[in-house]
Design a protein around this ligand. Structure first.
Ligand SMILES: *Cc1c(COP(=O)(O)O)cnc(C)c1O
Length: 416
């Protein structure tokens, strides 16, 4: 089918809750995506960091196929032989005593919110129904009603009220506001160590460390959302490690799946996750053997290929390259590891469209920020190729000269 026909089908029968670039991907490998006409594109989004390991990583693929032949879903009504092994792997890798598996990131965040509230009542002694959770302005934690209820993004909330009570917002990066927002009823502070969707916002140095101290002083749980920042993206296994803190709760998702299948989890201590008893919380698919086998393989790739170090090294290189670009459009280039935001003084979308024409795919965030987050397995040479196009587009070289890269083996399109 022609890409235009596929796009028409999608627009006709699907809800329009996204505004994708009009590239119709048919397959992918490593850091490259291929459209239905054989054009190839370097992926600078990595599915919002869900494919840190690269597209269709062979080891994760193999683990998925092997498990899919045996058993895929038992529900938690019965036990399966993969979930204990994922628990053990997560414990050995992260040091956290316990985990609770879910599917999407938003579900894991909801799970953490429920854990924090229940811990607040049962352990801290907050009166029933009074627990408060402090969140940061410009947060992104997903799209459920509770989560968008404490978003500062009007569009995420508009039309979806009423929202649950019990959330207080403080400016991101401001420890004094956090201190003031805490009351005897505060059970937790939920924060992204680096705000991704907000535009790769890196807080002042030491922010998380001071926040951790304040939380400890007030018996408030520090809960970090590492769904996008975690699993190697910022140059360490978790972004909180840059601050040398140990959060009470860590929420992971995205790259926990290597892009194959939704898997998320909440990591914490026995004292916190122990508040859940049988029947308190659940998910039909959470902890299923297919998800667990995939997650185990996805974690193994991150460790075996040392993707955190790769991210740190390539990220530092990319950041310094991008900072040298002279462009009237650039306000700031910032980031950590292979997670970089280029803030413009104008709309970012036309630059993303121009990059698409050159075979580089990235997605604007917050209208004026180009977000760069390639798979962490990206080759240095490919990264250089992509950065060259980003520079060219930002320096406004003419884009007509260079056609999109074609696959060597691609048949000449019969319908141009
Ligand atoms: C993507 C993301 C989520 C939501 O994950 P979904 O799988 O889309 O529900 C939550 N928090 C952060 C920081 C994210 O980047």
């Amino acid at each position: 089918m022609l890409p235009a026909d596929l796009i028409a089908l999608e627009d006709r029968y699907g809800a329009h809750n996204y505004d994708p670039l009009d590239v119709v991907v048919e397959r992918a490998s490593g850091a490259w995506l291929y459209d239905t006409e054989g054009h190839r594109y370097l992926d600078f989004l990595a599915a919002y960091s869900a494919v840190n390991q690269g597209h269709c990583h062979p080891a994760i693929f193999q683990a998925m196929c092997r498990q899919a032949e045996k058993v895929t879903l038992t529900s938690r009504a019965f036990r399966n032989d993969q979930l204990p092994l994922l628990y053990r792997d997560l414990n050995e890798l992260t040091g956290y005593e316990m985990a609770l598996p879910m599917n999407s990131g938003a579900e894991a965040v909801e799970t953490a919110l429920k854990a924090a509230r229940k811990w607040g009542e049962v352990v801290k002694g907050i009166p029933a129904g009074q627990a408060e959770i402090v969140v940061a302005a410009n947060n992104f934690h997903g799209r459920t009603i509770a989560i968008v209820g404490f978003s500062s993004e009007q569009q995420y909330r508009n039309g979806f009220g009423p929202f649950p009570a019990g959330f207080r917002e403080v400016p991101f990066g401001d420890v004094e506001s956090l201190r003031r927002a805490i009351t005897p009823n505060t059970c937790a502070f939920l924060v992204e160590p680096i705000q991704g969707e907000a535009g790769i916002i890196v807080p002042p140095a030491g922010y998380l460390r001071e926040a951790a101290t304040i939380c400890r002083e007030h018996n408030v749980l520090l809960m970090v959302d590492e769904i996008q920042s975690g699993l190697g993206r910022t140059g360490k296994l978790f972004a909180y490690m840059h601050d040398g803190v140990t959060p009470d709760v860590v929420i992971i998702g995205k790259a926990l799946s290597g892009g194959f299948y939704p898997v998320s989890a909440v990591l914490s201590s026995r004292g916190i996750l122990g508040v859940f008893g049988p029947g308190d919380h659940g998910s039909t698919f959470g902890g299923n053997p297919l998800a667990c086998a995939i997650a185990r393989a996805a974690l193994r790739v991150i460790v075996d290929e040392d993707l955190s170090t790769r991210s740190a090294q390539l990220g530092e290189y990319a950041l310094s390259y991008l900072k040298k670009i002279r462009s009237p459009h650039i306000v700031e280039v910032r980031g950590k590891g292979l997670w970089i935001g280029i803030e413009l003084n104008t709309q970012a979308r036309p630059f993303c469209e121009a990059l698409k024409q050159r075979g580089v795919l990235c997605k604007e965030t917050h209208a004026s920020v180009i977000r760069l987050a390639p798979p962490l397995i990206i080759d240095k040479a490919d990264l250089d190729w992509g950065l060259g196009h980003i520079r060219a587009v930002l320096e406004q070289e003419r884009t007509v000269a260079e056609p999109r890269a074609k696959l060597p083996e691609a048949a000449v399109s019969s319908h141009s």
